[in-house]
Design a protein around this ligand. Structure first.
Ligand code: AHG
Ligand code: MN
Ligand code: MN
Length: 327
């Protein structure tokens, strides 16, 4: 592949079923529009909060809603998704019964960065509609291992799209002149180990003892194995995992001892952890709850949260050992 392979050309030559390629192109087109709106948000009055909270009790930014509308409308006009579910919608929307795929998304990930010029992202998971054709919310309660495809967009200094449809993870860069996504890094391979960890250390007081020990281990100087690690944390899962995918290391958002009703960390299984996990696994990395693969968690709710440890195989395996108390 050369630097001029566009996303549509890549998808049409990749052996991906045409209907699935179409869903990914729709997600990319939505992402392109979100990218444009982000660049002008300060000019168009789209910064700041709406004053509402979402279904998860979190502050909603104007750009969260705009990004959600853009993606819902993209899938509505493309006609290629049966159901769409989103962080910003309590219930899934039935769009095109009969379409073979459903889509779940985090329209704007890391949206607290929007007003301060930080990077943000979009995460999309594509699921097959179950053979019985049911279009209830239960049809979306599928483990990550059965995802048909996943992609994310990182809106940083450049807009980047990383996707997988089950045979490798591939990186495309948005050409600001042609407005095409161009394949710039095919078949990504995450380094087997890294030098960086990304986590919100301000929450340390609420971490379980195993998580605290793991963090202490990463921070303890030891020349022979490259410690201490460095911290790189942007407040945007996509941006932090993107760095780790390219350069190695680990991102983690662990379980929390603060609220016994919310023991599962912050990140949502179906539209954050499962798709990011699929992409990283397809690049040779791992995604774990700390106890086992994210991809094997059977969801019970659309907005379910799980602890997440994702990145290079070496650091994720180490995190699992600390979480299990075996080191
Ligand atoms: P979202 O903006 O979609 O709600 O996601 C924010 C997520 C994730 O992107 C980020 O890594 C994490 O929340 C940051 O949370 P803290 O502020 O607790 O570190
Ligand atoms: Mn998010
Ligand atoms: Mn979000």
């Amino acid at each position: 592949m050369n630097a001029q392979t566009s996303l549509s050309r890549f998808l049409s030559g990749s052996g991906i079923p045409p209907n699935l390629a179409k869903v990914l192109l729709t997600a990319a087109a939505g992402g392109k529009r979100i990218s444009r709106e982000l660049r002008r948000a300060g000019l168009s009055g789209e910064t700041g909060i709406t004053g509402d909270k979402n279904v998860q009790g979190e502050v909603v930014k104007k750009m969260d809603l705009l990004a959600n509308e853009i993606l819902v409308e993209a899938f509505r006009s493309a006609g290629d998704a049966a159901l769409v579910a989103s962080e910003e919608m309590e219930e899934p929307l039935v769009l095109f019964p009969g379409a073979p795929y459903s889509v779940l998304f985090d329209p704007l990930d890391g949206s607290s960065n929007v007003d301060t010029g930080g990077s943000v992202g979009t995460i999309v998971s594509v699921q097959r509609v179950p053979p019985d054709g049911g279009l209830g919310r239960e049809s979306l309660l599928q483990p990550g291992s059965t995802q048909a495809a996943a992609c994310y967009l990182n809106y940083g200094p450049a807009t980047t799209l990383v996707l997988t449809a089950g045979s490798g993870a591939h990186l495309f860069s948005l050409d600001p002149d042609s407005e095409d996504f161009i394949l710039t890094m095919p078949s990504l391979q995450i380094p087997k180990r890294g030098k960086v960890y990304a986590t919100n250390e301000g929450q340390r007081a609420y971490h379980h003892p195993g998580t605290r020990k793991f963090l202490e281990y990463l921070q303890t100087p030891e020349k022979s194995d490259g410690r201490p690690y460095s911290t790189r944390y942007s407040g945007c899962l996509v941006t932090d995992v993107h760095r780790i995918l390219l350069e190695g290391g680990i991102y983690f958002y662990p379980a929390d001892t603060r609220d016994p009703k919310k023991p599962h960390g912050k990140l949502r299984l179906l539209y954050e952890c499962a798709p990011m996990g699929m992409i990283v696994e397809q690049a040779g990395g791992r995604a774990s709850t700390g106890r086992g693969p994210i991809s094997e968690v059977q969801p019970t709710q659309i907005h379910q949260r799980v602890p997440l440890y994702v990145g290079s195989p070496h650091e994720v395996a180490m995190a699992e050992e600390f979480e299990a108390g075996s080191r």
